[in-house]
Design a protein around this ligand. Structure first.
Ligand SMILES: [Zn+2]
Ligand SMILES: [Zn+2]
Length: 263
């Protein structure tokens, strides 16, 4: 499996790509190409062009959750052409507000359906033989989930649609997350369950640990216990948390243009 970060808050020196407070990652596995999230400003498409990657030619787009820093870039696909799959949780189009601002998917379902074959499911789904959409993430570790309650159309909103991708590798499972509102440890546990693998080889994406508090410390303890060789926290992972993680285990820097081959 090859992954390429097309949008992140960070850009790496000497790559001359754009950054934004968003996330998008191209995942290529077993002859298929999926885009996990689309960032905010369409930066993913610009960076892909700079890198010589034909982003339009994907088999599908997977949305980790509805927040607009992951879904607003969908509009890059709003042109005539082949209709890729779009896989997301059934509550993708709900109304979510944070501090008075609408932060959900900015496009209505009818508009999205014009340009995508929409698959809305809360169940795990095999995208290729070894690449999985994880579906709704069970949250047995309650401390692990994002404590921020946003305002939803049916009351408080805890991002029930939050999900991630998992790849069944030769030696263990690899996890690619968007924002991890459901909790990075809960996501890793779901990835193990769905792929049937107990060893965790790598995790990349937003860990949604915004400050060094009890929740972050518990997540760091969990990740240390899992003894994960390849850890790439980015997007919504605070510097203080990265520093604390780096003191306990090996972590790597991430930015637009980061490209990894995980087998
Ligand atoms: Zn989010
Ligand atoms: Zn985010």
């Amino acid at each position: 499996m090859k992954l390429t970060i097309l949008s992140d808050n960070n850009t790496l020196i000497d790559k001359y790509l754009l950054g934004e407070p968003g996330f998008s990652c191209l995942v290529e596995a077993e002859g298929k190409r999926f885009l996990l999230d689309t960032g905010y400003f369409g930066v993913f498409a610009k960076n892909a062009k700079t890198l010589g990657i034909s982003w339009r030619d994907v088999d599908g787009v997977v949305l980790s959750h509805c927040h607009d820093d992951h879904t607003k870039g969908l509009s890059a696909f709003f042109t005539e052409g082949p209709k890729p799959l779009l896989v997301a949780h059934p509550s993708l189009f709900r109304r979510v507000v944070s501090r008075g601002l609408f932060i959900g998917c900015p496009y209505p379902r009818e508009q999205v359906e014009r340009y995508f074959d929409l698959v809305l499911t809360a169940e795990p789904l095999a995208l290729t033989e070894n690449l999985y959409y994880l579906g709704a993430i069970p949250r047995p570790r309650t401390l692990d989930q994002d404590p921020a309650l946003r305002e939803g159309e049916d009351g408080p909103d805890r991002t029930p649609d939050d999900t991630a991708l998992a790849y069944r590798g030769r030696e263990g499972v690899y996890v690619i997350t968007g924002c991890s509102h459901s909790g990075i440890c809960n996501i890793v546990e779901q990835a193990k369950k769905v792929t049937g693998q107990s060893r965790v080889m790598g995790v990349i994406g937003g860990f949604h640990l915004r400050q060094l508090d009890d929740r972050s410390k518990a997540a760091i303890d969990y990740l240390k216990g899992e003894d994960i060789p390849y850890l790439y926290p980015c997007h919504c992972t605070a510097l203080s948390v990265k520093v604390a993680m780096g003191n306990e285990m090996h972590i790597e820097e991430v930015g637009a243009g980061t490209s990894l081959i995980w087998e």
